[in-house]
Design a protein around this ligand. Structure first.
Ligand code: NAP
Length: 236
């Protein structure tokens, strides 16, 4: 067992925001359990990787087992794994629908349900999900029904869990990004998406990392949906 003091589990950790969030928690001295389907082993002894599909409940069980075996506790869960499929509503296939719900919602449900008992036993914990500002801002230029269904559901569930566990030491928050420059977007067209934001620029992964770390430290904040979206939520 390591002598690490605090421990975070990060999903969707192989690239983009998840990879940057892992690095930020490690820089703070946290032990980290990082997961995604394709994640590679690490040479860092305080970074454990678990490969698996987050929509499969067994993955979450393995995450908790790995965290407890290596570090003996779980302080933070970052529910970051997610996919985006933007289409006109009637173009979505059943496969699109099932895949998106499995990755975005099943993953959130199983991972959160797996860590909460550990946090309850400790009397402390923080669960933070990466949702999306678009979940609250319908745009005629970018139809996103399934994103709104899943990320909007996660925003509401964040408040539900925050209240359910408010007196038991567990805080539950969300970060709602606008368009962030990550491998999720085609680099050849991503710059055009800057115009989606009132600030007329793209967000960077560091913007999301800062928000996650802010919520980590914000001991009097729970049920918060922190928008990091260049002003999108304020209007257009
Ligand atoms: N980028 C944006 O503009 C934006 C905006 C709003 C919200 N978000 C949200 O922010 C989060 C991170 O996005 P990102 O831009 O960093 O995405 P990304 O670069 O595409 O990375 C997604 C991560 O999720 C993992 N993943 C995908 N499907 C998975 C599955 N079934 N099981 C386990 N892991 C899976 C991927 O790894 P593997 O392929 O190895 O599994 C990868 O590590 C997502 O929830 C996304 O919806 C992004």
């Amino acid at each position: 067992m390591s002598n690490i003091k605090k421990v975070a589990i990060v999903t969707g950790a192989s690239q983009g925001m998840g990879e940057a969030i892992v690095n930020a928690y490690r820089a703070r001295g946290y032990g980290v359990v990082a997961t995604s389907r394709s994640i590679q082993q690490s040479t860092d002894p305080d970074l454990v990787t678990v490969a698996g599909d987050i929509g499969d409940p067994e993955t979450s069980k393995r995450l908790v087992a790995a965290a407890l075996e290596r570090f003996g506790r779980i302080d933070t869960l970052v529910n970051n794994a997610g996919i985006f499929i933007g289409k006109a509503f009637t173009d979505y296939t059943e496969e699109d629908y099932r895949l998106k719900l499995k990755t975005n919602l099943d993953g959130f449900f199983f991972a959160t349900q797996a860590v909460i008992p550990v946090m309850l036993e400790q009397g402390s914990g923080h669960v933070v999900q990466i949702t999306a500002s678009t979940a609250e801002f319908a745009s005629s230029r970018s139809p996103a029904f399934i994103a709104m269904l899943t990320k909007g559901g996660m925003n509401s569930a964040t408040k539900s869990l925050a209240i359910e566990y408010a007196t038991r030491g567990i805080r539950v928050n969300a970060v709602a990004p606008g368009v962030i420059r990550t491998p999720m977007h085609n680099p050849e067209i991503v710059e055009q998406l800057a115009a989606f934001h009132p600030m007329n620029k793209l967000g960077e992964v560091e913007d999301i990392v800062r928000a996650v770390l802010y919520l980590e430290d914000a001991c009097f904040s729970t049920g918060e949906i922190l928008h990091v979206d260049g002003g999108l939520i304020a209007g257009r």
